[in-house]
Ligand binder design. Structure first.
Ligand code: FUC
Length: 731
């Protein structure tokens, strides 16, 4: 994070594995001995007693998980610059080049800094220039975010800052190398540059983390190798490498919603003016910013993006900046497939492989069950047991929900090897847990989950709607995967019969979709979580034409919840209104989202750098917004789908493209390219005067395709490798 000071610059840096704690299994041994009693208390209406018993006997050990930590700061001090006399100041983040820059004039000299993170080289690169020879003088220091560190100048001239996390086993080293065109002087704890024309700083960092069970790597050796690999490489070469890595990902999708004079204003002003003025380009910017953040925080081989992506500057961050998976972690990955950044999901899938191991221990100890389970949070050490408090920590479907991402990755990309080797074993393990743990609801005789909760309200219950929707979806997808792979035929029958007995969605007294088994929703409840609407988005078993009654009820529930919310909750509502095919309502939510963060006590809105608020900020809202903008323009779930069985669209054997399903009147003209759709299609759209004018479909798979636009449907058979063009009215 580049703070952009003139006489004093702070560049705060992180590494994904700087966390408190150490390898640890969090399961509560033999908690399962109390499982039946907790369930019976809940069935008997004794919620408080059930929660108390669960709090004593059923919770994670320890009860909290560990926290993501800041790493340190690179501090640059410019003693010759008087910040009160600086002019022509400009700071920007260029999304096209993933490069931040700061420039200003002082004393007749123009100063400029360019900063980017070179992913292939594992470096942060900072280039400082002055437009008069010899005008650049400054001091560079590394400041740790932790106690007990050492800063030393190494014999090779690099600055090393090493230490360990106070509460845990992570050891780290950050390293700064300097190349300067002009005078240089070094001390033991900082590097001084005198009278240079330009300087390049190279910053890298590493920890001893190898995997969630092993912290025996040597950070110093890792940094030596990183720096050795770039020795003698120029700034221009590093910059070229960075662009060659970033731009092919970023350029896959373009979005043009029109422009206006407002687009040349500073970003903070554009946010403030958004509700009043006409600035459709700001929506496109928010969309691309989400993609930029995902590319920048979740690459193959690394950790998944956490609550703050990796942009956390605190050692005591809100909710520990860990992985909250009762909405937040999933939302981080909502844009990945449709916005053409599928490989950015791979770190999540690597984490799922770990979680299936630690979650198998939790499944055994807490439920005496096979398969694996993840409750509502995980951390670097892959904790899967219920944390914090029994009234919301016991929620069984984190692993099940995340496993649906594996299936979606297959649906979009059609990679059978991935389905066989990675997705199916994890999905099957997540499903097997429910084979052993679903219980009969005494009232209806139908199958439900429990103990669990509807995140994060209503306390500990049996069979919340969200759980039933997720489990039904997961089991359906597991059945489909086993059929496509031609394996586990016997299990498939068993899963099918189980799936058919899961309690279906229920419509309550206010015409709402019930959040719980009982008809106890409060129409005045405006809670940020809209968990029971999972089946509309991100799930798809409630659809306009397949389940019209449930669709109407779900819409009624969303109306009751209202249009105001916290950052990520607004993003969820945005996606939901797009799925309800109401572009103007979706746009209203977007207007609530694109508003200055400081004016929102509800912790919504955007900061001047576009980070989505949720004090201080939570990255899920940024990702959810990008996904929601996409859902307004293109949807590819089957709008005829139902709860009962999966259609060919839902098993990837056919594609259904709903074009401009929720186009708001605010965007009469526009164009988008590079969006991905389930069934292996890549889609470009153009529209004018609110009407679709051109559709281009690049088929990556041979599938029957249905195009739907403005109530009309056109069908054709796509051949992999071919491109199909349609004009106005899909002609
Ligand atoms: C869930 C949400 C909170 C917050 C936290 C990280 O618990 O209910 O609002 O986003 O995750």
């Amino acid at each position: 994070m580049v703070f952009g000071g003139t006489a004093h610059e702070r560049i705060q840096f992180n590494e994904q594995t700087v966390w408190t704690g150490e390898p640890h299994d969090y399961a509560h041994p033999e908690a399962y001995k109390h499982l039946d009693e907790i369930r019976q208390l809940l069935f008997a209406g004794k919620q408080k007693e059930a929660e108390d018993l669960a709090m004593r006997e059923f919770m994670s050990e320890p009860i909290r998980q560990m926290a993501y930590q800041a790493f340190g700061d690179l501090i640059l001090d410019f003693p010759g610059i008087d910040e009160t006399s600086v002019s022509d100041y400009r700071r920007d983040l260029n999304l096209n080049a993933a490069t931040a820059s700061v420039e200003f004039s002082f004393g007749g000299v123009k100063y400029r800094r360019e900063i980017f993170a070179d992913h292939p080289a594992n470096l942060i690169v900072i280039r400082l220039t002055a437009d008069k020879p010899g005008a650049l003088s400054f001091q560079a220091t590394l400041k740790s975010a932790h106690e007990g560190r050492q800063t030393n100048l190494l014999p090779d001239g690099t600055l090393s800052m090493s230490g360990g996390i106070e509460n845990g086993a992570i050891g780290y080293e950050a390293r700064l190398a300097v190349e300067t065109d002009g005078g240089r002087l070094t001390h033991g704890h900082e590097i001084m540059i005198h009278g240079a024309a330009s300087t390049t700083l190279i910053l890298t960092g590493a920890t001893n983390f190898k995997n969630y069970r092993d912290v025996t790597a040597n950070p110093r050796a890792r940094n030596d190798a990183t720096l050795f690999a770039v020795r003698n490489r120029s700034f221009d070469a590093l910059r070229a490498e960075h662009l060659a890595d970033y731009q092919p990902l970023f350029h896959r999708v373009t979005l043009d919603l029109g422009t206006s004079p407002a687009a040349s204003n500073p970003t903070d002003q554009r946010i403030a003016d958004f509700a009043a003025g006409n600035d459709p380009a700001l929506v496109a910017l928010v969309f691309q910013y989400g993609r930029y953040l995902l590319i920048s925080s979740s690459r193959p081989g690394g950790q998944p993006a956490n609550l703050q992506g990796l942009w956390n500057e605190s050692n005591n961050p809100p909710w520990d900046s860990k992985y909250t998976d009762n909405i937040n972690t999933e939302m981080n990955y909502w844009p990945a497939e449709e916005d053409n950044l599928a490989e950015c999901q791979l770190p999540l899938f690597d984490a799922l492989k770990d979680l299936a191991q630690s979650g198998a221990v939790t499944a055994k100890e807490h439920y005496n069950a096979n398969g694996w389970v993840l409750h509502h949070n995980f951390d670097l050490w892959r904790g899967t047991a219920p944390i914090n408090a029994s009234n919301h920590g016991i929620w069984q479907t984190g692993g099940a929900w995340l496993s649906t991402h594996l299936w979606e990755h297959y649906l979009f990309g059609g990679n059978r090897q991935f389905l066989r080797d990675t997705a199916y074993p994890l999905m099957k393990g997540a499903a097997m847990f429910f084979v052993d743990t679903l219980v009969k609801d005494p009232q209806s005789g139908l199958l439900i989950t429990g103990p669990s909760n509807s995140p994060e309200q209503g306390g500990l219950v049996m069979g919340p709607a969200m759980d039933r929707e997720i489990v039904r979806t997961l089991i359906g997808e597991t059945i489909a995967a086993s059929r496509i792979l031609g394996v586990d035929a016997g299990l498939r029958d068993r899963l099918t019969s189980l799936r058919n007995q899961i309690a279906p969605g229920r419509i309550g007294q206010y015409g709402q979709l019930q959040e719980w088994m009982e008809d106890k929703d409060d129409p005045k409840n405006q809670h940020r979580h809209v968990s029971h609407l999972w089946a509309v988005y991100p799930g798809s078993e409630i659809t306009p034409y397949g389940t019209p009654e449930l669709f109407k009820a779900a819409r009624q529930s969303l109306i009751f919840r209202g249009d105001a919310a916290t950052g990520w909750s607004l993003a969820w509502k945005l996606n939901l209104w797009a799925r309800f095919l109401d572009g103007d309502h979706a746009y209203r939510i977007l207007r609530n989202l694109i508003t200055p963060a400081s004016e929102k006590p509800a912790h919504a809105g955007l900061f001047p750098n576009l980070f989505d608020a949720h004090p201080p900020f939570q990255i899920d809202g940024n990702f959810g917004a990008a996904a929601g903008i996409t859902e307004m323009l293109l949807q590819s779930q089957d709008p005829y789908g139902t709860e009962t069985s999966l259609t060919p669209v839902e098993t990837g054997e056919s594609a259904f493209l709903h074009l401009l399903p929720a186009l708001p009147s605010a965007w009469p003209n526009g164009a988008v390219t590079g969006l991905r759709a389930r069934g292996g299609m890549e889609v470009a759209l153009a529209w004018a005067g609110g009407k679709l004018t051109r559709t281009t479909i690049q088929a990556h798979e041979s599938n029957p395709v249905t195009l739907r636009y403005a109530g009309k449907e056109v069908k054709f058979q796509a051949q992999a490798g071919r491109t199909y063009e349609f004009g106005a009215d899909l002609r």
